[in-house]
Design a protein around this ligand. Structure first.
Ligand code: NIG
Ligand code: FE
Length: 415
């Protein structure tokens, strides 16, 4: 091998590579196999990719730069696969109402909730929106997040949805992070419309085609819910997305069981998100369509929900489970994926290893990036984090206790 760009020596790798987890090169304990560990390893990186994994230090390639990990733990860069990170204003007043016992649905029906953020977002200048979004993005990145999905959905007109997506794209160009954009025009009713079918027509005839033409959307999302859109309306949106070769996903079964998850599965969707009200008997369909279950414990926590997603059945059917912040001003004002990892364990009963897989391998899959990100594997992007922990379990256990020592984005040392 020619001289490589970067060699990281003496690391313990939580590779999250399923192919390795039962391999003889990993430690034999189940606990270690869950993280697909390689102890005392050396990582070769060139052109932003992982080009070699070694346990024999006598056979290492020559490198321009070498970093000694000193026995520290390295994981794949964390991936936040569901955020609404671009928004205007805030909903602190609504938080006070909710604490007084007014429900999210009631606030939404009275014109608060998403509608109030739509108003504030439309009123904000491009500069303000981008500045606030960049601050939130940096909060995630400080924690070792190297890929973020960002949805529109607070614009609800062609011009405003495109503005949000274009700000999201710009964030990806100006910061050392991969951004995947998602068009969520079917999030709520815009004030200009009183007929939801007419707005769905606008999404299908105008918003999706023009957003696609501008190259602004990587996927299409919907809010399939009593206070959102019906299954039949979401189906129309998915038909148009499919005609434009865009993958789909859905906010489904968050507050009630409308069977939105089955619709997403019919369209071989990337993910079904929230799913607290998903019936265990519907899980098999997700397995068949290879759709990721995205768990959003931050929204569950902030809304003080009681209904738990069907974790045992998802586990039994080996449906990939991702964990994300759902960062948004209403139901999850939480710019911490590490906290979401902890909440996924505490509230949903995930193991710390499942939680880590949820923000690495499975989050990559939820974004259609499963072949390039979310695992430490030769040929994969060198998005990596070196942590100040004694075991990867600590990443889910503590809140603001452990931090990244180094963050590498496509082989470039950020920290
Ligand atoms: O993922 N469920 C709908 N959308 C967001 C909430 C958006 C908001 O309240 O502003 C969610 O929870
Ligand atoms: Fe959401």
């Amino acid at each position: 091998m020619n001289e490589i760009d970067l060699l990281i020596t003496n690391a313990n790798l939580a590779t999250m590579d399923l192919a390795l987890s039962s391999d003889a090169t990993t430690e034999s304990s189940t606990e270690h196999n869950d993280y697909a560990v390689i102890n005392n390893a050396h990582l070769a990186i060139s052109d932003g990719k992982i080009v070699g994994l070694y346990t024999d230090s006598s056979a290492l390639p020559k490198s321009k730069t070498t970093i000694d990990a000193k026995g520290g733990w390295i994981t794949p860069g964390l991936i936040d696969c569901h955020t609404h990170l671009v928004w205007g204003g805030n909903r602190a007043r609504e938080f006070e109402w909710r604490l007084q016992g007014v429900s999210y649905q009631e606030i939404s029906r009275k014109g608060g909730g998403i509608a109030s953020t739509v108003k504030a977002t439309r009123e904000a200048s491009d500069e303000q929106l981008k500045k606030d979004a960049a601050t939130r993005l940096s909060r995630l990145m400080e924690e070792g997040v190297t890929t973020v999905e960002i949805k529109s959905g607070y614009g609800l007109s062609l011009e405003q949805e495109m503005r949000m997506l274009s700000i999201a794209r710009q964030l990806g160009e100006e910061h050392a992070v991969t951004i995947k954009t998602t068009l969520l025009a079917a999030h709520a009713m815009p004030p200009e419309f009183d007929d939801s079918d007419a707005y769905i027509e606008e999404i299908c005839q105008t918003i999706i085609p023009q957003t696609v033409q501008a190259g602004l959307a990587d996927a299409v999302d919907v809010f399939c819910e009593g206070i959102g859109f019906s299954v039949e309306q979401c189906r129309k949106v998915f038909e148009v997305a499919k005609a434009h070769q865009l993958p789909v996903k859905g906010h489904v079964e968050q507050l009630s069981d409308l069977k939105g998850a089955l619709l997403v599965a019919q369209y071989d969707g990337l993910s079904v998100d929230h799913i607290e009200y998903l019936q265990a008997s519907d899980v098999e369909t997700l397995k068949q369509s290879d759709t990721v279950a995205v768990l959003l414990p931050g929204a569950f926590y902030a809304l003080k929900e009681q209904q738990l997603p069907p974790i045992d059945e998802l586990r039994k059917q080996a449906v990939a489970m991702a964990v994300s912040t759902d960062l948004n001003p209403g139901t999850s004002p939480q710019a911490s994926l590490r906290l979401a990892m902890n909440q996924a364990c505490i509230y949903f009963g995930l193991t710390p290893a499942e939680s880590l897989a949820g923000v690495t391998r499975n989050a990559a899959k939820a974004l259609g990036l499963g072949e390039s990100k979310g695992q430490i594997k030769v040929g994969y992007d060198a998005d990596l984090v070196l942590w100040d922990v004694d075991h990867p379990c600590e990443l889910s256990y503590g809140v603001n206790l452990s931090r990244p020592v180094n963050i590498f984005k496509q082989g470039i040392t950020l920290k």
